[in-house]
Write a protein that binds this ligand. Structure first.
Ligand SMILES: [Zn+2]
Length: 148
């Protein structure tokens, strides 16, 4: 490949501010265990055992995964800054490079702000919050319709 110019590849440039979406796991509810029905034990041939399904807690955490906007604690809480662009080319598909970006992500964990670098594919980055939210809704709807 000649005249390789990374600026002409991909939607974003260095220092661009973008909105990030990710497929995250969220705690939806805490339900009673369906095996022991919340009693924390099961009875087998007259003997009581700690419920092997909930490990004696009596409850089960129900998680739901969904596409969501990733929060960033600094400045505009939903904006992330592009730190570097990563382009990979397959020899079999030299005209369709795969683009991902490393982002500076400031997350607030337990009141402590942490700076981290994260690698995220171009398809999960957006220029506006409306585009990002619309893509989340679209992907979540597609997942829901597959479940039915
Ligand atoms: Zn149980």
């Amino acid at each position: 490949m000649t005249n390789f110019n990374p600026d002409t590849i991909g939607k974003f440039r260095l220092d661009d501010k973008v909105y990030v979406i990710q497929y995250l796991k969220d705690l939806k509810s805490v339900d009673p265990c369906e095996i022991c029905e919340g009693t924390k034990e099961v009875v087998l041939k007259g003997f009581k055992y700690k419920c092997p399904s909930c490990f004696g807690k009596g409850t089960k955490n129900i998680y739901k995964r969904a596409w969501t906007l990733v929060l960033n604690s600094v400045e505009d809480p939903k904006l992330h800054k592009i730190y570097s662009k990563n382009i990979s080319l397959r020899l079999s598909e030299p005209d369709t490079p795969k683009v991902s970006y490393t982002l500076e992500v400031h997350t607030c964990i337990g009141g402590v702000v942490q700076d981290r670098l994260k690698n995220i594919s171009e398809s999960s980055l957006f220029k506006t919050i409306e585009e990002a939210q619309a893509e989340c809704d679209k992907r979540n709807k597609a997942i829901e319709s597959k479940k039915l």
